[in-house]
Design a protein around this ligand. Sequence first.
Ligand SMILES: C[S@@+](CC[C@H](N)C(=O)[O-])C[C@H]1O[C@@H](n2cnc3c(N)ncnc32)[C@H](O)[C@@H]1O
Length: 208
Amino acid sequence: MVHQPGYDALADLYADMFPASSTTPLERHVVAAFAELVLDSAVGGVVVDVGCGIGHVTADLAHRGLDVIGVDPSREMLAIARSTYPGLRFDHDDAFLEATDLGGRGIAAIIARYSLIHVPPTDIPDVLAGWAARTVPGAVLAVAAQATDEAGEVAEFDHAVARAWRWHPDRLAGALATAGFDEMWRTISRPGPGFHRFPEVHVVARRR
Ligand SMILES: C[S@@+](CC[C@H](N)C(=O)[O-])C[C@H]1O[C@@H](n2cnc3c(N)ncnc32)[C@H](O)[C@@H]1O
């Protein structure tokens, strides 16, 4: 299990800085579209919010009717999630999902917002292969990440909390496709003052 001491130390500050589940209308609409796609997919099982942090996207998805759990390697982020949303399940786990016991139920869909950025790029193929192994054809996947405009690149950047890497959107979509998740659509938002420092990408894909 990976440790994220930076997120543990800054969990309260994070909760103060990000009181809502989305900071932009685009992010909000991507979460809504993801939920709609999952409900329409009729794939049975649990939706997993990987790197759920303080749990507000998990709660948003539950509110939209999904059977969802959140997982995160930071115990302090999880403590806030559990106290804020006592009716929801939050597990201590990282992106490999090796500690998450679903009692024989499958994974219907996965959302990973700004959490795969913290997984070393060399581990990403194994993480995605694990997700493919635990999902069935038709399962929906949504990944959000800071992006780079440099074609083909994955670049480490000076994230304030933990080591992190930005992905070129094509490279991210390519990694998903290699693992068996074909891109349906993507969004890219440009950086701006008081907004975000880097381009940001959402890729929404479906398990082949
Ligand atoms: C920027 S926060 C995003 C939280 C949440 N997904 C959201 O959109 O509000 C990144 C989260 O990823 C988690 N994280 C860090 N490393 C991770 C890993 N290897 N696997 C899964 N989650 C990780 C952190 O603990 C943190 O809660």
